[in-house]
Design a protein around this ligand. Structure first.
Ligand SMILES: Nc1ncnc2c1ncn2[C@@H]1O[C@H](COP(=O)(O)OP(=O)(O)O)[C@@H](O)[C@H]1O
Ligand SMILES: [Mg+2]
Length: 362
């Protein structure tokens, strides 16, 4: 027994000690004082070999030494593979997006079955591209239509001028050519003017007054201006004012609106027809209708007549020099006044435009 262990035992304490035995390796000793009635009566010493325990520890150390790097390697490789797989759809999206940026808007991102975040993202992305494609298509169509509409009068102008210059003409012939040229120039400048107004409206730069406008006198005056045009075609033009109404807005624009609608009605109504403009109140709105007994509009064209440059085939036949911009301007004027415009038509019987504007509340 070591001195330290004996001292501890005398004080009533345990002692753990480890010795090296040449044969049995490490030995672990415990010295245990046996105390009875407060007196040390005996000292118990028990020892055991640590060889087996050491062996187990050694093995464990070895296992850990190999297992840990292997597990780490496996985890890294697995993580890398998983990330690669998870990000593959994102990579595919990026590739499609790159091609779309290059101008190919007909492409779509493949959407995999399932409702995970990535497929929802792909769907959203696709919807966005579809919208973009539609807007660009509309823009291209618009440019094509605009250049086409401008090319026609320019071609006529060029042809007539060249013809007049081919040989010496009489004074009357020159005057005739110039008068016809002026007509085409008027048409070109009208298209350009209307396009300019519409693009300003698109940009929100078209100015609109906001003053009280009494509709009845404004309409009466405008319709008086148009009576001559109607009379030329033996069309009766009537104004039926059921109630006076005042709205907030721009009287010049409102006059232009009625002018466009009635001009269309006169143009697309055969001789001896009837046009009626009514004005009334409907709740908190002013209600305006313009009805005619004209050629009408086929059902499939109803949704298109407010589009820029849209003209039905029969309209082109009746009036080859129209611009197809009048109703686009009408719709803008109505919307700028917080109103709505609606059309009902029966081909061969006639057309009814109904407009509603919020009344001015004093
Ligand atoms: N009162 C109407 N009756 C029949 N068709 C109409 C009438 N108003 C408009 N439309 C149709 O709507 C088209 C667009 O009208 P608009 O924008 O004013 O252009 P435009 O009068 O120069 O043709 C016309 O070409 C015609 O086909
Ligand atoms: Mg028109």
């Amino acid at each position: 027994m070591t001195e330290g262990a004996l001292n501890n035992a005398l004080q009533g304490k345990f002692t753990y000690e480890t010795f090296i035995d040449p044969d049995r390796g490490k030995i672990r000793w415990v010295t245990y004082p046996v105390i009875q009635n407060g007196r040390l009566v005996n000292i118990l010493q028990v020892g055991g070999s640590l060889r087996n325990l050491e062996k187990v520890l050694q093995r464990l150390r070895l296992i850990l030494l190999f297992l840990f790097p292997a597990t780490l390697l496996l985890a890294v490789a697995g993580g890398w593979l998983l990330t690669l797989r998870a990000l593959q759809p994102v990579d595919a999206m990026a590739q499609v997006a790159r091609r779309i940026t290059a101008g190919d808007l007909s492409r779509r991102i493949p959407v995999h079955a399932g409702q995970d975040e990535l497929s929802r993202l792909a769907e959203t992305f696709n919807a966005m591209i579809a919208q973009l494609e539609e807007s660009i298509q509309r823009l291209r169509q618009f440019s094509a239509d605009a250049s086409h509409e401008l090319r026609t009068p320019l071609t006529i102008l060029k042809g007539e001028t060249e013809l007049a210059l081919r040989q010496a003409r009489t004074m009357e012939e020159y005057q005739e050519t110039l008068a016809s040229s002026l007509e085409e120039i008027d048409r070109i400048s009208r298209i350009v003017e209307e396009l300019f107004l519409l693009s300003k409206a698109d940009l929100g730069e078209a100015r609109l007054e906001r003053k009280p406008v009494a509709l009845a006198p404004l309409f009466k005056e405008t319709l008086t201006q148009m009576e001559l045009l109607a009379k030329e075609k033996a069309i009766s033009l009537r104004f039926d004012c059921r109630e006076e109404t005042t709205i907030t807005g721009d009287s010049d624009r409102l006059r232009e609106l009625l002018l466009n609608l009635v001009e269309n009605a006169i143009r697309y109504t055969p001789p001896e027809g009837r046009i009626i403009v009514t004005l009334s109140r409907e709740g908190s709105h002013a209600r305006v209708t313009v009805s005619d007994t004209g050629i009408g509009i086929p059902k499939e064209d109803l949704s298109k007549i407010f589009d820029r440059f849209y003209r039905s085939d029969s309209a082109r036949e009746i009036h080859p020099k129209g611009s197809g911009l009048g109703l686009s301007i009408c719709r803008w004027i109505v919307h700028a006044h917080g109103g709505t415009i609606q059309v009902d038509s029966t081909p061969g019987l006639g057309t009814l435009f109904t407009l509603r504007f919020p009344l001015r509340n004093d």
